[in-house]
Design a protein. Structure first.
Length: 564
């Protein structure tokens, strides 16, 4: 075992592993795993577990398996398997040749079930699901034994083998562990470990018509793979006695050590596969990769980087108690990462036409503009300048308030990387009275960004040349919900969806340097935020950008205002 990398974080799980290594508890072995169910796409909560399990393996020179816990043919598919594999690789982790499936162990699990039956520790039950729930009791009432609990071993073996042969319809029988119907832990009250499901499995086809339950499969799959530290979230804490019971009663060679940690809950979204499926199936979002979704596919499409997500997971750490993490922390991690790597370009999202009256009509200049002001190694690009420009509508006001320093009639501003211009008059739409065109003059002596006479301006605005700019669609994505914790509210969680989570602008103008940007390319639109080329809808014929994050936390003022 290699020495641990001391530069990586420490937490209570790593402290347990360090102590286990010191005492040689697992003969010096550390083997973790990430075991998702292939019934949906991975989300940011899974990312925390991925980073933890693979991170521990990296830190201790150990190994981490990827296993698909595919115990339920309903809702599972290769689409989800492929997405899981793609997302983990995108995060930057590799399981080498250790890709496993719980379905690989179906025959072994079946033999384990037969062993429990033969030892009188499992029985076939004919109660319906509703009756099983009723017999189980509650947290304040003890359970009642099933009338089928004391069937003979021979009868149970016969029925279970006939269940596998497909002789019975769904719901006719289940196999239950025989534990303790009076246990204070309701999970220990004779749980179901096999049920009949006449559904084709995406990997095994119609080979099986009985399928093991997750709780039975999960711990035994860990044992089969010789996992040393079975790291899972707190909702499985009550399941640990059941897992230990299976492993102990079956006398398996390897008994993994289960350690629970707090799952990730993040504000202004939902981290529940069931709820995410609901959003997809109801058409609230465009799919699992909708950039508003907390899925890794959605975040990737929105422009989040794997480095930012790994940084976020490291910053929040590993705790024992659940908490709600502010979405602003994740967004700030993305900002900090993109600030270092994203080239700067100019884009005008809501164009306002500007004509420089004293600039020659047939003249075109090219300004050499750096891609990053602090990183000369990123190079520069040529930005054309001409008589007719576009600026942001928000950068002009006909009758500005006192603290508005951008362009107005009679006022001078600097164009980014270019000249000083002064507004002399405007053209309005005769029907609406809205300003549709701004006429300016420029000072040719200010090409350097400074006036020879020493005069200064109070604002610098961005622009693009009208004749040379590219038209693009820009999608302004924001938080999916308008309240921090929609699940704490009284109404259905979909009642708190943010109606402004997506705004689509179809007449945006971008500088020509982005014409060849590949899908997924990330940029900072100067003064506007970070954006990326959409990986699904953008093409040579239609340029589409998604806003990743704003330049600063635009929700801070909203939240603070709401708290006053």
């Amino acid at each position: 075992m290699d020495q641990p990398n001391s530069s990586l974080p420490s937490d209570f799980i790593r402290d347990i592993i360090k102590d286990d290594l010191r005492t040689n508890k697992h003969q010096g072995r550390v083997v973790t795993r990430f075991p998702p169910e292939p019934n949906g796409y991975l989300h940011i909560g899974h990312a925390k577990s991925v980073c933890l399990n693979f991170g521990i393996a990296d830190q201790y020179g150990a190994t981490c398996n990827l296993r698909l816990d595919d115990t339920d043919p309903t809702g599972e598919s290769m689409e989800y398997v492929d997405s899981i594999i793609r997302d983990i690789k995108w995060l930057g982790f590799d399981w080498e040749d250790r890709l496993y499936y719980a379905s690989d162990y179906y025959e072994k699990l079946y033999q384990y079930a037969l062993q429990l039956i033969k030892e009188g520790k499992a029985f076939v039950c004919d109660l319906s699901p509703d009756e099983i729930r009723e017999y189980r009791g509650s947290f304040t009432e003890q359970g009642t034994e099933s009338p089928y609990r004391n069937r003979s071993v021979e009868k149970n073996l016969d029925l279970f083998q006939r269940m596998r042969a497909g002789e019975f319809e769904e719901g006719a029988h289940v196999l239950r562990a025989k534990i303790d119907m009076t246990s204070p832990n309701v999970i220990m009250r004779d749980p179901v470990i096999y049920r009949i499901k006449k559904e084709n499995h995406y990997r095994t086809g119609n080979q099986w018509c009985i399928y093991p339950m997750y709780d039975f499969t999960h711990c035994l799959s860990d044992s089969i793979e010789r996992i040393t530290h079975s790291i899972c979230t707190l909702e499985f804490e009550n399941n640990r006695p059941l897992y230990d019971w299976f492993l102990d009663e079956l006398k398996v060679e390897y008994h993994p050590q289960q350690i629970e940690f707090a799952r990730l809950n993040i504000s202004f979204t939902v981290i529940s596969k069931r709820l995410l499926i609901e959003l997809v199936e109801k058409g609230v979002v465009s799919g699992w990769d909708d950039p508003r979704m907390p899925t890794l596919a959605g975040m990737r499409r929105r422009g989040f980087t794997p480095e930012a997500i790994r940084d976020f997971c490291e910053r929040i750490g590993v705790a024992r108690n659940d908490s709600l993490i502010d979405m602003a922390l994740l967004e700030n991690c993305v900002r900090e990462d993109l600030n270092e790597r994203a080239p700067r370009v100019m884009a005008v999202l809501r164009p306002l036409r500007v004509i420089i009256d004293n600039y020659p009509e047939d003249r075109v200049e090219e300004f050499d503009c750096p891609y990053h002001p602090q990183k000369p190694e990123m190079g520069s690009r040529k930005v054309p300048f001409s008589r007719v420009l576009y600026i942001e509508q928000d950068d002009f006001m006909e009758d500005p308030p006192k603290k508005f320093f951008r362009l107005a009639v009679g006022r001078e501003v600097r164009l980014r990387y270019g000249y000083f211009i002064k507004c002399v008059n405007v053209v309005k739409d005769p029907d609406t009275g809205k300003v549709v065109e701004v006429h300016c003059t420029y000072d040719p002596e200010t090409r350097s960004g400074f006036a020879p006479d020493g005069r200064k301006v109070k604002a610098t605005i961005h622009w693009v040349s009208a004749a040379h700019s590219l038209q693009a669609e820009v999608r302004l994505y924001d938080r999916l919900f308008r309240v921090a914790n929609p699940l704490e509210e009284e109404a259905d969680f979909t009642e708190y969806l943010n109606p402004e989570s997506l705004e689509t602008l179809r007449a945006c103008r971008l500088e020509p340097s982005v014409s060849d940007a590949a899908p997924g390319s990330r940029f900072q639109f100067e003064r506007l935020g970070y954006f990326c080329v959409d990986t699904v809808d953008s093409s040579d014929k239609a340029l589409v950008f998604n806003r990743t994050v704003t330049l600063r936390d635009s929700w801070a003022k909203i939240v603070n205002k709401g708290n006053k």
